[in-house]
Design a protein. Structure first.
Lengths: 375, 203
């Protein structure tokens, strides 16, 4: 070890942390090197000054402040655990409130949606009654359908408060049916869809036998009305309706032109369902009633025209069918729109029964139109 | 903190520590009272500031309380507590350094450490008041020399020459190998020596 090296080792030597060999070398060197001796002595004094520093008195409040913080943390920890594991005091009421909220919300939502179910039912009920048209005529029918529904579609968004599923959701069933997807979209989109399966069935039924789908506005006001009354529908009934429809509709979808032949039971199903459902579409109390008869040349096209005009006059289709050689269309509309509607009916053919209009009061009017081709 | 702690001290601490871990806050208070002097002194020597040291000492104890769950007792509680204190002090130094410019020791006037704080004297044969004052002033100057050291050197120096920890303990606490401790200590002492030559007469 040279002089420089020893100088560096002096600190360690002072603390006695050098090897015995190093120690010997250093001590030997110290005997002859004054610089190193001086350095060592200065080192000793330095360390001595440092050791003399001693302890510093802490502030008298130190323990107190420390313990205040510690106790607070200890209490918080307990509280947190308590909150986690024994939360009943607070959690339970909160959970109850949450449950109540969810129940009420879901019930209200369901209630809001359920009236639309009968409308779907009403429409599907119509389908099996009219004969299944051949593919060509279906296409033809769907064209006016497309025309009719376009204006409807435009107005629809404004008119339907309860509608929730539109656009892509409706288009999907259309797509699965294929073929008439394009037109179907037009007609399907504006309609309210209470639930996906029901919607599919609705659009399916449309495709099959209902040449003119009821425009959305038809549905909405009716829906509103029904909502306003004390409902005859209970959640149970709605559920049953939906079930029946689910059962009936898929078959009917197949009845569309170009698809599997409809099982004969399909019609029966819907018909058996229909009577049960028919009772649901009861005219609200206080609705004026009007019965008209229109004499036309071609009953089928006239019925379609009636429906189309009804749509133009903001009338809602209640039901449609045929009885005893007469086509029957029942629509519901506001008294204020009635006159316009009646005027339009004149375009179709000879209208009888208009005289009863004067006796009608303001409000909703249900007009039953019998379309006959008899001379 | 003295080297080679008697076993009784260690046993005492173990009991208190295990009580603390059960959530006994009073047991922790006993530990605080026992070590507050050492913790505070260490903090003060490293930081060179009374207020900073007060805060760091509190923080160190609170950190110890929080960390008791993880303290396995493989080291003495006092060593563990010292490590926490050093770390807290270091953090504080790094914070304050960015805030205020570290002033080197003044050659003309010593840095006033605090108002009214008392440094306890090591045992002596009863110095006069004048001597007392002198000693205190010398201490203040020594402290100001320490304040001039860089953190890494400061810590080693204080732990070794002020607090009396062994090279091995220092290596553990500061996570340094033996060689690093030796070389840092050597350089730190030289720096203090040079500083003292300048500001403490009759060195």
């Amino acid at each position: 070890m040279d002089h420089a090296g020893i100088l560096q080792k002096l600190s360690a030597y002072l603390d006695g942390v050098v090897t015995p060999r190093e120690k010997a070398l250093i001590e030997e060197h110290l005997q002859t090197c004054e610089e190193c001796r001086t350095a060592l002595s200065e080192l000793e004094r330095t360390v001595s000054r440092l050791r003399d520093l001693g302890d510093v008195e802490p502030p008298p409040w130190l323990t107190q402040r420390v313990m205040a913080r510690v106790r607070e943390e200890a209490a918080q920890e307990k509280g947190w655990l308590r909150r986690l594991f024994v939360p009943l005091r607070w959690k339970l009421p909160m959970e109850v409130a949450a449950l109540v909220f969810l129940t009420v919300t879901s019930y209200l939502v369901y209630k809001e949606v359920s009236p639309e179910l009968d409308l779907e039912v009403a429409r599907t009920r119509v389908a099996p009654v009219s004969p299944a048209p051949p593919p060509a005529s279906v296409r033809k029918q769907e064209k006016p359908m497309g025309e009719v529904s376009r204006p409807a579609k435009k107005e629809a968004p404004a008119g339907v408060p309860g509608e929730r599923f539109h656009g892509p959701g409706k288009e999907e069933p259309a797509a699965t049916i294929g073929g008439k997807a394009g037109q179907k979209r037009e007609t399907g989109a504006p309609e309210p869809m209470p639930s996906a399966p029901v919607a599919r069935s609705a659009t399916g039924s449309l495709q099959k036998g209902a040449p003119v789908p009821s425009p959305m506005e038809d549905r909405a006001p009716v829906f509103k009305e029904e909502q306003a009354q004390p409902q005859g529908f209970t959640a149970d009934q709605d559920y049953r309706v939906e079930k029946k429809m689910k059962r009936a509709i898929p078959k009917r979808m197949q009845e569309g032109a170009g698809y599997a032949p409809p099982p004969p039971s399909a019609a029966k199903d819907s018909e058996s369902a229909a009577p049960a459902l028919r009772s649901k579409s009861i005219a609200p109390a206080g609705t004026g009633q009007l019965r008209l008869v229109i004499k036309v040349a071609d009953r089928a096209s006239a019925v379609r025209e009636v429906e189309r005009l009804a749509e133009l006059s903001s009338a809602k289709l209640v039901r449609k069918g045929s009885r005893g050689g007469k086509g029957s269309v029942v629509v519901r509309l506001d008294r204020k729109d009635l006159q316009e509607f009646l005027d339009r009916l004149d375009w179709i053919g000879e209208v009888h029964g208009k005289s009863a209009v004067s006796s009608l009061e303001l409000g909703v009017v249900e007009v039953a139109i019998d379309v006959t081709a008899e001379p | 903190m003295i080297e080679g702690k008697p076993d009784t001290v260690i046993n005492e601490d173990s009991v208190l520590v295990s009580d603390c871990r059960k959530g006994n806050v009073d047991a922790f208070e006993a530990l605080v009272r026992k070590y507050q002097g050492k913790v505070f002194s260490l903090a003060f020597r490293v930081l060179g500031d009374y207020e900073d040291a007060s805060e760091v000492a509190q923080d160190a104890f609170v950190a110890a309380w929080r960390g008791l769950g993880g303290f396995r007792g493989n080291a003495a509680f006092s060593t563990w507590l010292t490590t926490i204190t050093v770390n807290q002090a270091r953090n504080r130094l790094q914070q304050t350094r960015t805030r205020r410019h570290r002033e080197p020791y003044s050659l003309d006037e010593p840095v006033k450490l605090c108002d009214g704080c008392v440094e306890s004297d090591p045992p002596s044969d009863g110095p006069s008041a004048h001597e007392q004052l002198e000693r205190e002033e010398v201490r203040e100057r020594v402290q100001s020399c320490i304040n001039g050291l860089e953190t890494g050197f400061r810590e080693v120096l204080v732990l070794r020459d002020v607090e009396g920890f062994s090279y091995g303990e220092i290596g553990t606490m500061l996570r340094m190998n033996d060689g690093t401790v030796k070389s840092r200590l050597s350089r730190a002492r030289e720096a203090i020596r040079d500083c003292l030559k300048k500001i403490v007469g009759d060195f």
